[in-house]
Design a protein around this ligand. Structure first.
Ligand code: FES
Ligand SMILES: [Fe+2]
Length: 388
């Protein structure tokens, strides 16, 4: 008898608590306790821009005084979209009846109303706070009374001679296009999956990076006060040890040194995985560079080509991170997984997220949340190091 055929297999399911990001969902509420980059500084401009963040549709703009604003798009009057609004000195004016809102949603003018709207103070367009840093715009979509300080990172604050900070919105590290059509956690937990590197990027489709990355490393993982850290040891030429440290910092920070290993040293950039909604994400990156365009050179190539230059057959024959992660489905089916020793980092990361869900359900603050801006400097350990 043939047993174990696909017939009659159990109905698959995914872990909604870990993956879904909308308002009111457990992970959605955890993610809303942190700042998230959702645009380059230039994305907030005199042209209103539609953005989608954690399953919410919003409008981003910059008033003529230079203040960025992020508003719920449906005008509080009768609901047309502020996407069609006009930017003025004091805010954005709705196209329909001209109500004017500032960047924190105050209604400043109602031109069709007697005396410019005597009760306009009763109206508040829903809005979110923004802060600009590292060339990025960060938004806080959580409870106002829990708003943390926007963290600083030594890797982006302490510059060597000739370095400056550049930002990128093309999802460097995704292995694909700027918007990736699968759940954000599939990508984020991949950060703690260094054993796929010698397979997917080393032998299967590669080498996509440099020769030493194709060697099978000895890997360890541990939970830190801010996320999960992995150390990957490879013996390289001359009896030296190549020690690579990567970090997944909660809730979405990829702290991954360049896999091209151009030089050894501390991590040069940080990537933030932004869940657009349950089934798509993008990545914003900020990093130390010495020339414009340098961040983009960390981007994966396949036989010398960028992802978007490949034919369908080349995508099939030389898959990268994009294919492997989107290949898991829109939201991977956790019920069908068989986690093994090499998945320890993935398991630790999920366990840490689950613990944080419990912390916030009990009324506490999750890891890494710091109210005092003078104490919000994070010292990262990630880097590529050569030990003699
Ligand atoms: S719908 Fe916006 S002002 Fe009337
Ligand atoms: Fe990868």
């Amino acid at each position: 008898m043939d047993s174990g055929t696909a017939y009659g297999r159990p109905q698959p399911s995914f872990d909604a608590d870990l993956t879904q990001v909308g308002p009111g969902s457990p992970m959605g509420e955890l993610l809303r306790r942190y700042w998230h980059p959702m645009g380059l500084a230039a994305d907030a401009s005199a042209t209103p821009r539609r953005v989608r963040v954690l399953g919410e549709d919003l409008v981003l703009f910059r008033d003529a005084a230079g203040r960025p604003g992020l508003l719920y798009p449906r005008c509080a009057h009768r609901g047309t979209s502020l996407y069609y609004g006009r930017i003025e000195d004091r805010g954005i004016r709705c196209c329909y009846h001209g109500w004017l809102y500032d960047v924190t949603g105050h209604c400043l003018e109602q031109p069709c109303e007697p005396n410019g709207g005597e009760r306009r103070g009763n109206v508040r367009q829903p809005w979110y706070p923004l802060e600009e840093r590292f060339g990025l715009i960060f938004a806080y979509l959580g409870p106002p009374e829990r708003k943390p300080a926007l963290p600083r990172y030594d890797a982006l604050e302490e510059l060597d001679a000739g370095e400056f900070i550049d930002a990128d919105d093309s999802s460097i590290g995704s292995g694909g296009p700027p918007i990736v059509p699968c759940n954000w956690l599939q990508h984020f937990e991949n950060v703690m999956d260094p054993l796929h590197v010698p397979i997917l990027h080393g032998s299967f489709s590669g080498p996509q990076f440099v020769a030493q990355m194709a060697l099978m490393p000895a890997v360890s993982w541990e939970t830190t006060g801010r996320g999960i850290r992995s150390v990957q040891i490879r013996k390289v030429e001359g009896g030296k040890t190549f020690r690579r440290i990567t970090e997944a910092v909660l809730p979405t920070l990829r702290v991954v040194p360049s896999p091209r290993v151009g030089h050894f040293g501390r991590v040069e950039s940080i990537g933030w995985v932004l869940p657009i909604d349950d089934t798509s994400f993008r990545i914003y990156v900020a990093g130390r560079v010495t020339e414009a365009g340098q961040l983009g050179r960390m981007r994966s190539k396949f036989n010398g080509k960028f992802w978007w230059e490949l034919s369908a057959e080349e995508h099939r024959a030389t898959p990268g991170d994009y294919e492997a992660q989107v290949g898991q489905g829109a939201i991977t089916l956790h019920s069908e997984e068989h986690l093994r020793t090499s998945d320890k980092g993935v398991a630790l990361l999920r366990r840490m997220f689950k613990a944080q869900l419990e912390v916030i359900a009990a009324g506490g603050d999750p890891v890494g949340v710091e109210a005092d801006p003078t104490r919000a400097l994070v010292r990262l350990e990630a880097g590529n190091y050569l030990d003699v």
